[in-house]
Design a protein around this ligand. Structure first.
Ligand SMILES: Nc1ncnc2c1ncn2[C@@H]1O[C@H](COP(=O)(O)OP(=O)(O)OP(=O)(O)O)[C@@H](O)[C@H]1O
Ligand SMILES: Nc1nc2c(ncn2[C@@H]2O[C@H](COP(=O)(O)O)[C@@H](O)[C@H]2O)c(=O)[nH]1
Length: 186
């Protein structure tokens, strides 16, 4: 059986990456979704160890210093990183593995793990992206503005990815991802 490829899902803030990941977690438990470490404060309903491992700045510094992160980046005022050990263990065990990370992280993975498949999740339109990010209601206006600014940068980098999926329907995106990862869609 071929070794599963590491798959990376990136795209502008608000496009629907976490929604897709949550749906995959529900519908495809055979796929392992990496849980990142972040210095961001939890949003209502977010649980430590599920959406993220929430860490203080000192703890994050320690992880960077000890080389425990496969990649990490600062995004809109907070830091985010992928714990290296679990990703390597899952891949070695033949488990299809997905990282949901930003553009800076995707670029790092491209360099350190060139076999990885980089998928760009795109919005149906800029207006819809804005609507989704504002409609989520989790950030104040200044943070939304910052994330939209980052969004322009991320959209301009789409061509660096192996392929693009437009997030019109979450179920369709999951179906496409699962097919790309070599599993059977349900
Ligand atoms: N296909 C879709 N159609 C309509 N709304 C969607 C779709 N996908 C996601 N959304 C909504 O868009 C909003 C943003 O989604 P989500 O939080 O998953 O984005 P994200 O890409 O993970 O953002 P961030 O990078 O900021 O974490 C949510 O309110 C979600 O319910
Ligand atoms: N480089 C990394 N980026 C990550 C990681 N985990 C999440 N992210 C990205 O951060 C932004 C903001 O996320 P939010 O939960 O605060 O909205 C988004 O683009 C995520 O994909 C990571 O480990 N490394």
């Amino acid at each position: 059986m071929p070794r599963p490829r590491l798959t990376v899902l990136s795209g502008p803030s608000g496009v629907g990456k976490s929604t897709v990941v949550a749906e995959l977690r529900r519908s495809h438990p055979e796929v392992w979704l990496s849980v990142s470490v972040t210095t961001r404060k939890p949003r209502p309903g977010e649980q430590h160890g599920v959406e993220y491992f929430f860490a203080g700045n000192d703890e994050f510094d320690g992880l960077v210093a000890s080389g425990e992160l496969l990649e990490w980046a600062e995004f809109a005022g907070n830091r985010y990183g992928t714990p290296r050990g679990p990703v390597l263990e899952k891949l070695a065990a033949g488990v299809p593995t997905l990282l949901e990370i930003d553009l800076q992280g995707a670029r790092q993975v491209r360099t350190t793990m060139p076999d990885a498949l980089l998928v760009f999740l795109a919005p149906p339109s800029w207006e819809e992206l804005e609507r989704r990010l504002r409609g989520r209601g989790t950030e104040p206006p200044d943070v939304i503005a910052r994330r939209l600014e980052m969004g322009r940068v991320e959209l301009a980098a789409e061509k660096e990815f192996d392929l693009t999926i437009v997030n019109t329907s979450v179920k369709d995106v999951c179906h496409r991802l699962i097919t790309l990862m070599g599993n059977s869609p349900s």
